[in-house]
Write a protein that binds this ligand. Structure first.
Ligand code: 13P
Ligand code: SF4
Length: 379
């Protein structure tokens, strides 16, 4: 509930940074009590434990999108995740039928730290994608290409997909999305994560020869020959996750050499050689579910962000869980969301001051929604 205008107060961030976590936790709990069902705190699985402890709901990107799309009572979503997730929540929570349901009242989406971006999402800018589309048009018929963007991308790219008969995918529905795309076109332009695109397409029988990589910084045709583009089925954007690219085939070999019975469980953002060697590959939601439903005593080496693997270790003492890499692979931008930023954004919200609002413009939202609704229909 927004306070009367004379009650509005603004709190500055520096004092929060010096507060201790016990104090911050108590204050966060107080705001949650005060705002009740008007406030929804969403947390991605890569968030720190102390942040997850304050999340009303946690999930992978697909589940979090569903949660934002189905929210009804809430007026504020505080997104403990990264920028593209908050943008997606803004688009889905404020789509036309939801606005009608709420008599035009918008849901305000807040990202506690604006520096929580995604380096992979930043690897594809809308100007680069538009230029690539135009270049491809010199060689192949773009009306037969279905653009597919991984949800880890700016809203402008989702909007591009909406406008061009394309769709958004997540790591949990990428295979179904590619099938959807091939029912509607001859080829796919997949951005920004080449690994998710490649790993998913290989499982569908598409070969690496049919998947040229488009380098947005190359002089011509993304660094490809006309023949390579002409023979393509999936054109992969040259982007990657800096966290998941740290996992290597030799890490899998080392674990298998030491423990022949070990199960290798990885995220599809890992490179092909790791995915090919893994027993199971899937979204963070699938990784959690796989461990949860395994027999006690199962031995795992897991290739995904460190905070999630550590949480799985703590929550499943009945299993033996190892981190797949010998070096620390953590998402520095997810890590930016901490109790200080969360408390700061929440106390401001309760005092009637919106800080760090994420609001996608109307035109971008309209077309992004087209691509996101397609994504939500494809499981
Ligand atoms: P999921 O949680 O959807 O598997 O995605 C992982 C990720 O890297 C989010 O940025
Ligand atoms: Fe982006 Fe990788 Fe971090 Fe996910 S783990 S938010 S893809 S940088």
């Amino acid at each position: 509930m927004a306070p009367a205008i004379d009650q509005v107060a603004t709190f500055e961030l520096p004092s929060y940074k010096s507060a201790d976590n016990i104090d911050l936790s108590a204050r966060i709990a107080e705001v949650r009590k005060q705002l009740g069902s008007k406030l929804l705190i969403l947390g991605h699985h890569y968030q720190q434990d102390e942040v997850i402890a304050h999340s009303d709901l946690r999930g992978d990107s697909y589940q979090l999108s569903q949660m934002a799309a189905s929210s009804s009572d809430c007026r504020y979503i505080v997104f403990c995740g990264v920028h593209f997730m908050a943008e997606t929540a803004d688009i889905l929570a404020n789509r036309p039928e939801k606005l009608t349901e709420r008599d035009g009242e918008r849901v305000t989406v807040v990202l506690p730290d604006m520096a929580a971006g995604c380096s992979m999402a930043d690897m594809a800018a809308i100007e680069q994608v538009e230029a690539a589309w135009e270049d491809m048009g010199e060689v192949i018929d773009t009306s037969r290409i279905i653009p597919v963007t991984y949800i880890n991308s700016a809203a402008s790219l989702k909007s591009f997909c909406g406008r061009h008969g394309g769709i958004v995918c997540t790591s949990s529905n990428a295979a179904a999305v590619l099938e959807w795309a091939f029912e509607r076109g001859d080829r796919v332009l997949f951005f920004p994560d080449q690994h998710l695109g490649r790993n998913t397409s290989l499982k569908m029988g598409i070969t690496n020869e049919q998947m040229p990589v488009w380098d947005p910084y190359a002089d011509e045709l993304g660094g490809n020959t006309t023949a390579a583009i002409d023979n393509s089925r999936v054109i992969l954007w040259k982007g990657h996750c800096s966290v998941h690219q740290m996992f290597r085939a030799e890490h899998v070999d080392q674990f298998r050499g030491k423990y022949p019975d070990i199960k290798i469980l990885v995220h599809p953002e890992c490179p092909q050689e790791v995915n090919d060697l893994a027993d199971i590959s899937g979204s963070t939601g699938k990784i959690i579910e796989t461990v949860r439903s395994a027999e006690a005593g199962t031995r795992w080496a897991i290739g995904t962000e460190l905070h999630l693997v550590n949480r799985l270790k703590a929550e499943h003492p009945e299993q033996e869980i190892h981190f797949l890499s010998p070096v620390i692979c953590m998402c520095a931008t997810m890590y930016r969301i901490n109790l200080a930023h969360l408390c700061w954004s929440l106390e401001n919200l309760a005092a009637g001051t919106i800080v760090n609002q994420i609001e996608v413009d109307e035109e971008t939202s309209r077309w992004s929604l087209v691509a996101l609704e397609r994504m939500l229909e494809v499981k």
